[in-house]
Design a protein around this ligand. Sequence first.
Ligand SMILES: Nc1ncnc2c1ncn2[C@@H]1O[C@H](COP(=O)(O)OP(=O)(O)OP(=O)(O)O)[C@@H](O)[C@H]1O
Ligand SMILES: [Mg+2]
Length: 353
Amino acid sequence: MIFEGKQLIGVDIGTSSIKALQLRKSGRGYHLQKYGIEPLPPQSIVDGHVMNHSAVVDGLRKLFKDLRISQKEVALSISGNSVIIKKLNLPLMKREELEEQIQWEAEQHIPFDISEVEIDYNILGSNEEAGQMDVLLVAAKKDEIQDLVEVVKGAKLSPMVVDIDAFVVQNVYELNYGFAANETLALLNIGAEVTTVNIVHAGVSQFTRDISNGGALITEEIQKQLQVSHEEAEAYKAGGLEDSQEVVPREVDEIISSVVDTLAGEIQRSLDFYMATSTYGEIAKIFITGGTSNLPQVRASIERRSRVPVEMLDPFRRVLFDEKQFSPTVLRRQAPQASVCLGLALRKQKERI
Ligand SMILES: Nc1ncnc2c1ncn2[C@@H]1O[C@H](COP(=O)(O)OP(=O)(O)OP(=O)(O)O)[C@@H](O)[C@H]1O
Ligand SMILES: [Mg+2]
């Protein structure tokens, strides 16, 4: 028997920062208990690999201490090149048959040695008449999951679940907006190093792609062109340092627009690819989240290229919080970076007995 246990702490170990979030569920819905962001030194995580183990462990410890979270059980997620997601169209078969078949399918579709990946799958739907079924195959590199599990254990926490960023954001969307029966949406999580694209029709993921590009490229370009430090470049990008009289050099806006336009072009290629292979018709709306979605140029650029309305995803739209504990202004500012850890905090500890 499986019974649903307590909510896990959502821990999003991103390339630029660690985010942790705790929810409590009541009859009225989800209540925000804790949420915080702890920046990581540059190069702590490169291409999905933890390069600076102690920086990440220290960051996790500090975040849990500052937020006063004593619970140890956490949910994690991964994204980027270490994850391969493929939609397969297979002849209708029983679950037990699929269990065997999926290994073979994975060998055909996954460009890594099958012994190096964790395989998971999900039946999206079956068509009895056509004798076909759609199956989502997910493969994630074991060594990159292992890297995350090791830092989490190093911080004396217990990883219970490892999810995929793109799907976690989909759960956050569902919680806050709900999926309409016939609508196709694109959900984009634009972070520092990775942009995850997930196209969802009627609540079912149809296409995902992780693009290796994000806000870090903008920071690097500002650093390079204006000969400034990482910190200064980050501050310029976000509109200047708070309480500072220093003006942001006028080149910054041009640099942002140019890098963002390249990113929007890459996103558009994914949307075009989906449109060319799908039978579900137009994408009705694009929702953006992740730290880089804060930049107004991102929304404008994607909208201009795709000709689809773009909106910021509000991860707290249907989440209850105490305004004495969380300032609505601060929470609004930090909302784009909360989506992944909020989605992870929706997960529960499943116990088999
Ligand atoms: N107000 C802001 N204006 C512009 N950029 C911002 C702002 N806030 C955060 N960012 C940028 O967002 C990025 C961080 O976003 P996020 O926390 O979603 O990424 P991450 O999870 O650390 O990285 P990844 O998911 O790519 O591994 C950084 O590049 C940061 O500079
Ligand atoms: Mg991220």
